[in-house]
Design a protein. Structure first.
Length: 181
């Protein structure tokens, strides 16, 4: 068994040495040129109008018409990152209800975190958001999961706020830049 392991390790070392030698020769023969500029990785743009049915507002008369409950947000760039202004049933800009910034966990690609406040009668939510880019025939999706309290806790069994919003157009509303309370 040890003889087989030693042979495998020896073969791998030989292959590695051959690859390094080939790479060194190729690199040595390449002419010196200007460095290649690589675009920096960036977070996705949330700018646009997003619409969906959050599970928490089904009984909210201000957001429901004949059982059709929609949350429509215009998300625009603002000083804190991204600000969301609610679009009411009359299609006018209402209050700024959400602020998001790039997620503090850099391993979470396309993720955001922030606060959501849907009104006087509701608790504020700490939001964890994830954007899914458009693919083929589907529009971009923005998943919002909200927790009450000062921090988001993924270990909960259920969350008081959950919405999957679809990008339906360009944002029209402007941010007030006021912090969401």
């Amino acid at each position: 068994m040890i003889g087989i392991t030693g042979a495998i390790v020896g073969a791998l070392c030989g292959v590695t040495a051959a690859v390094l030698a080939t790479t060194s020769v190729l690199a040595g023969e390449m002419p010196i040129t200007k460095p290649v500029t690589v675009a920096a990785l960036s977070t996705p743009s949330l700018a646009g109008r997003w619409s969906g049915t959050p599970h928490v507002i089904r009984n909210d008369a201000s957001r429901c018409t004949d059982g059709d409950c929609k949350l429509v947000l215009d998300i625009v760039s603002c000083a804190s990152g991204w600000c969301a202004i609610e679009v009411d049933r009359a299609n006018t800009c209402a209050a700024e209800v959400m602020q998001l910034k790039t997620h503090s966990d850099t391993k979470r690609k396309d993720a955001f975190e922030g606060k959501l406040s849907l009104g006087k009668e509701t608790q504020n939510y700490v939001i964890d958001a994830h954007v899914l880019p458009p693919e083929d025939d589907t529009a971009a999706m923005l998943e919002l999961v909200g927790d009450t309290g000062p921090e988001f806790r993924w270990f909960r069994r259920s969350f008081p706020f959950h919405a999957a919003l679809t990008r339906v157009g360009d944002a029209v509303c402007k941010s007030s830049e006021k912090p969401v309370s």
